[in-house]
Design a protein around this ligand. Structure first.
Ligand SMILES: [Zn+2]
Length: 432
């Protein structure tokens, strides 16, 4: 049993006409001032008629409730609960006025948005930096208010197992009524994090459910990658729009495009990847109509994020319970211009010559650019290192791989020489 402090004298009741569900319904309001924060109770109908009281416990969210942010589901939750109370003529809202950002407050909420948006940190890291638990909310006031109002049996409109558990532990009879916002591109990350971090009983799967089978398939073969396109929230089994693999050809996006159904889905979908994409592949994914690519890594190179912005697609980091157990080195984008990109991995260098368009002629120009580069590299291996591999088979933008170390070169120097070479070439610089 939890320790229940004495109930402070509440203010109220105030009877107010509240506008919900397109009508005006009278609610009785109480205000409670606890040591840990303020609470409002608002109810309509007879709480004491022997039936469980429909109950919504709502944490203040100035962004979702007042400013109608679509990034969290707070606005939907409050509206759905209050509309149903007004419709049924019975229900109780307990509103934690000081519980913004799961109890951390509005200032912390701003800090969280800043860390997420400017630094692209995930939830666990954000809360670690704030030195705060992911859920700092106290529900003891809820217990006290319910007892004060004489409520012993509730119909809990919530998918949060913690609330259910605490109420039962405090001796209330609880019937759970799910209240789930439709998943959309704005609230997706927030809701999926709630499911993974806080055990919310959302009916939809998370990004990890899509990523894990793909990651498992390639975990032992670092050179192999996989992709699948899917509608999040559609359930994973058998619902992928397309799924492809490549075993060293480094042309996953082209393969996905080839495998994609002729009729694009009308609902937003994402592309799940086992590895960081090439910068030019982001354009392919955007052209296919995906609104995001999701990768199982927490640190995405800034240059790749910029490339995603330029391509008009989001890149979402999802390295959580699904993190690879073994380190999995990635081709890191280190130089990016419209026609030419350079990547670095484990001392090896790759560069890609991107065609200006999807047309044959454009591809031929890009291949000429790559051939020029290859010739130069072959002529001066002491400046560029060993040519390991090259691909210009027409499926994807041509690329080549160099091993600078094999000829005693420094990878960064080789990249600088390649960039300089590309700048001088019309085919590579985008002047063609
Ligand atoms: Zn919110």
């Amino acid at each position: 049993m939890m320790d229940i402090p004495p109930l402070p004298a509440p203010d109220g009741p105030a009877r107010l006409p509240l506008r919900w569900d397109g009508r005006v319904t009278h609610f009785d309001l109480w205000h409670f001032q606890f040591a840990g924060g303020r609470w409002i109770a608002a109810y309509t109908g007879d709480l004491d008629n022997g039936e469980p009281v429909p109950l919504r416990i709502e944490s203040a969210c100035v962004f979702g409730h007042v400013l109608r942010s679509a990034q969290c589901d707070c606005g939907f939750q409050l509206q759905a609960a209050m509309d149903s109370f007004a419709r049924q003529g019975r229900g109780l809202l307990l509103y934690g006025v000081d519980q913004d950002a799961r109890g951390l407050g509005i200032a912390a909420h701003f800090a969280i948005y800043a860390m997420r948006q400017r630094e692209n940190l995930d939830t666990a890291e954000v809360y670690r930096r704030l030195n705060a638990p992911v859920d700092a909310r106290s529900y003891e006031p809820v217990v006290m208010i319910l007892r004060h109002l004489g409520v012993s049996s509730v119909q809990l409109l919530s998918n949060n197992p913690r609330r259910d558990h605490l109420l039962r532990e405090a001796g209330f009879s609880v019937v759970n009524v799910p209240l789930e916002a439709p998943l959309d591109i704005h609230n997706m990350s927030t809701l999926m994090l709630e499911k993974e971090d806080l055990g919310y009983r959302w009916s939809f799967e998370t990004h990890a459910d899509w990523l894990i089978p793909l990651q498992t398939a390639v975990a032992d073969t670092p050179g192999h990658t996989r992709a699948c396109a899917a509608v999040p929230g559609s359930g994973t089994a058998g619902t992928a729009l397309a799924e492809v693999r490549e075993d060293g050809t480094w042309d996953l996006a082209a393969r996905l495009a080839a495998a994609f159904p002729a009729e694009a889905p009308t609902v937003p979908y994402v592309v799940y990847l086992t590895d960081l994409p090439r910068a030019d592949e982001l354009h392919t994914y955007a052209q296919l109509g995906a609104f995001a690519v999701v990768v199982p890594f927490s640190d995405i190179p800034a240059a790749l994020r910029q490339a995603a912005d330029a391509a008009g697609i989001r890149i979402v980091d999802w390295q959580r319970g699904n993190a690879y157990r073994e380190q999995r080195p990635q081709w890191q984008l280190v130089h990016n211009t419209p026609r030419f990109q350079a990547y670095l991995r484990d001392g090896r260098v790759r560069c890609v010559v991107t065609p200006a368009s999807g047309g044959e002629e454009s591809y031929a120009i890009a291949r000429c650019g790559l051939d020029d580069l290859m010739e130069e590299c072959a002529r001066a291996p002491q400046r560029f290192g060993e040519l390991v591999e090259a691909s210009s088979d027409g499926l994807s933008a041509p690329w080549l791989e160099l091993d600078p170390g094999a000829r005693g070169c420094v990878p960064e120097d080789v990249i600088a020489r390649l960039v300089e070479r590309a700048d001088r070439s019309a085919a590579l610089s985008g002047l063609s």
